[in-house]
Write a protein that binds this ligand. Sequence first.
Ligand code: EPU
Length: 430
Amino acid sequence: MDRFIIEGGVRLRGKVSVSGAKNAALPILAATLLADGPCTLQDVPDLYDVRTMIGLLGELGVEAKRRKDGALVTRVVDASPVTASYERVRAMRASICVLGPLVARRGRAKVSMPGGCSIGVRPIDLHLKGLKALGARIPMEAGYVEAEAPRLRGAEIYLGGTAGSTVTGTANVVMAATLAEGRTVIENAACEPEVADLCDFLRAMGAKVKGGGTPRIEIQGVASLHGARHRVIPDRIEAGTFLVAGAITRGEVEVTGARAEHLGAVRDFLQATGAELAVRDGSIAVRASNRPRAVDVATLPYPGFPTDLQAQAMALLAVAEGISVVSERIYPDRFQHVAELNRMGANIRKEGPSAVIQGVLDLSGAPVQATDLRASAGLLLAGLVARGATEVNRVDHIDRGYERIEERLAALGARIVRKPYAGSRASDRG
Ligand code: EPU
């Protein structure tokens, strides 16, 4: 597995453009299973997770080709396969997004139950509740969910659990409802921009969907969906990561393509730490010249502060003046980066689903290892500001969600190199 070697201490300067959103692209790719004609998708990032989804779609009879201009063109060539294997789902949990489209379009789906992963227990009970409400019969057999329904029927569904709404659960139920007979209303739908983007794509395919991006989504089922063109929204998590990179190195970074309206809580957080932000037409710039101030943060469903930026925010707070409390309300166990940040000299104490961070003046480079994508991003950010060299191992985690991040950080002045590590391979992804 590759690793990154980072020599910290450079103030990042310059412009970086944001890629298309991974978490919008994945359900949108799954939605191409519903289309009767070809779909052309622009700004689908070239990431490990996207390739995993394309591999799964291939097994499900969907051909996907990258055009020279980068657009991804998909076409269903065989509508008979219905199985997403344990190997696929284990490699990437978002594989579960094929469940709704398969049962809606092919009448049957056999999808491996995802297990827990490095960020904690991640049940799919709400996905199943929604699909059952639409009339699917869902027995569990040997670790597989087998859903069946000759034709789904619209229903009123409350889609919430103890942790609030579900992003991919909402995506699954919306996709299934597009081809159901009659009207579906989803209450407590996830409001994340990625769900809204999926709804826009489904509408372009001929679906009748209203309210994407709000807690109430209404779908009037149609008999079939056609192919469509769509441009995936910019990745707000990647944009937020670059903004934190600018702030933590006390540099000046402009993230082009970032959508300010998707980053309200993140901008608010950065400003509270003392960073200056400038929202321009189609970009957000960050400038920080002083040590950050301590700030309390709680992760929440959108439009709250995203859990996918919690580790990155913690890296910034690790060097802040004062004590911060970070509370994780989505994944109470998503704190694997804490011990690694402490190995770099941070002073962070985990207290239940929170972390108490006593800011330190500086961090020192060390070999570190992370177990999930965003935790790795947090360690990478810490490495940018640490004294000496930081070696971030298991770069395969970062490659799942950030395209060529080392090249883009290097273009901003960071001293970062990727070192190939011969003879091993990535496995057991969360
Ligand atoms: N939950 C349930 N039951 C369910 C589904 C979810 O209790 O059936 C709980 C989860 O355990 C969690 C909360 O609800 O406590 C929210 O989970 P959600 O279903 O919204 O998460 P997800 O759809 O599995 C997506 C992103 C994650 C991101 C979360 C939260 C994709 C492909 N993944 O996951 O992204 O952290 O929403 O915003 O969209 C990442 O990109 O690194 C990543 C992990």
